[in-house]
Design a protein around this ligand. Structure first.
Ligand code: UD1
Length: 368
């Protein structure tokens, strides 16, 4: 009897799980492929990793690697070397990667070197800012992929303009929004805002972790000062990413701030806070998308976004990197962007992604 095709999913950093889970779960439900989940170890703390496997429809990783911290090159090459060994052992028919983190790039390059077909979830996003490590990861991963799953028409246009054949691209929608919809009721039921002594629609939620902001002590210090000013009129809750925590500690920012700092949160607790916030201040990519779907105003502290649909259709406003601009937030909240939900961000992207994967696999030669 012919064996079922083997699909190996590579994850490694926090935002990967929400994007991969709906695709993994749908392929599992259909039962026509065998699957393995490989974790590179890029994120390794319980709160950045383990906690998500209990909340999302993902098994514990079948293979756990230890690429860990280090420079971008160290992290990527370590994951690449280990993934090559795993792919030689497993001999998968398809490797699936998601997003734009270093583990995504490592998975893509390892698959390409091994001659294995590659599927990229969340293809085609471009900031046109090559100083971002994520931009390099996106472009290289896309060009190595056999199947590019996109979530917006902007992404399709970007890929077409880089000469990627339309046959390789499938516009399936946003799988991360499937995860949001599947967890939204449970998250709202948690009422996580209570733990912070605040009221729904009466606080700002903040997340900052990009090196271009948090690795610059002077800029992060000014951002803290700006957040403190905002917090005088509206409470501010700030779950702190480990990268940001490093600079906070080195600059002694914790002692001086009136902003409510908390360690990173599990998925549903964060979603609960996000859904009921008056507004969100962030430099994350995924949160720009989630707030658009939740109808919550989002203020992005970056010079650009690779997710323009969240600005053109959604609730996102890109404010730039100068923290003093945060003083404008009360005025912006007085006339909030209402936004609309982009096409195919409908909670069913995982099904369309599974269709595309199954279509591709009928083209892959499966050994008897
Ligand atoms: C990575 C991604 C970024 C993504 C983010 C989400 C790349 C290039 N960047 O950034 O796109 O938005 O994840 O979180 O892949 N650390 C811990 N514990 C952990 C993980 C990290 O303490 O579990 C600390 C380490 O000191 C590490 C630093 O955080 O050096 C940064 O981690 P790293 O994986 O290099 O990048 P992120 O900033 O998390």
């Amino acid at each position: 009897m012919a064996r079922r095709p083997l699909v190996a999913h590579v994850v490694g950093a926090r935002p990967n799980y929400m994007k991969v889970a709906p695709v993994y779960a749908e392929l599992e439900r259909r039962g026509r492929v065998e699957q393995r989940l490989i974790h590179t170890g890029q994120h390794y703390d319980v709160i950045m990793k383990d906690v998500f496997f209990s909340e999302l429809p993902l098994p514990r990783p079948h293979v756990e690697l230890h690429s860990g911290s280090g420079s971008h090159a160290e992290q990527t090459t370590e994951a690449l070397t280990e993934l090559e060994r795993v792919f030689v052992d497993l001999d998968p028919d398809l490797v699936v990667v998601a997003g734009d983190v270093n583990s995504t790039l490592a998975g893509a390059v390892a698959a390409a070197k091994q001659g294995v077909a590659l599927c990229h979830i969340e293809s085609g996003l471009r900031s046109d800012d090559w100083s971002m490590p994520e931009e390099r990861n996106r472009v290289i991963t896309d060009h190595l992929s056999s199947l590019l799953l996109t979530h917006s028409e902007d992404a399709d246009k970007n890929l077409a303009s880089e000469g990627i054949a339309a046959e390789r691209v499938a516009f399936v929608g946003n799988t991360m929004i499937d995860t949001l919809r599947a967890n939204e009721d449970a998250a709202r039921g948690l009422a996580a805002w209570r733990e912070f002594g605040i009221e729904p629609k009466d606080y700002l939620l903040v997340t900052l972790h990009r090196p271009s902001l948090v690795d610059l002590p002077e800029l992060l210090t000014r951002t803290f000062a700006a957040l403190e000013s905002v917090a005088e009129s509206l409470p501010v809750v700030f779950p702190v990413h480990p990268r940001t925590q490093r600079t906070i500690e080195s600059e002694g920012l914790t002692a001086r701030t009136s902003v409510k700092l908390t360690p990173p949160l599990p998925y549903r607790s964060f979603l609960s806070l996000e859904a009921e916030a008056a507004g969100v201040i962030t430099d994350s990519g995924g949160i720009q998308e989630e707030t658009t779907v939740l109808g919550v105003p989002c203020f992005t502290l970056r010079k650009n976004t690779e997710r323009p649909v969240t600005v053109t259709l959604g609730t996102n406003t890109v404010l730039g990197l100068e923290p003093e601009v945060l003083a404008e937030i009360p005025a912006l909240l007085a006339r909030p962007k209402r936004g609309e939900i982009p096409p195919l961000w409908d909670g069913r992207a995982g099904e369309r992604a599974a269709d595309a994967v199954e279509r591709l696999l009928t083209l892959v030669e499966v050994p008897a």
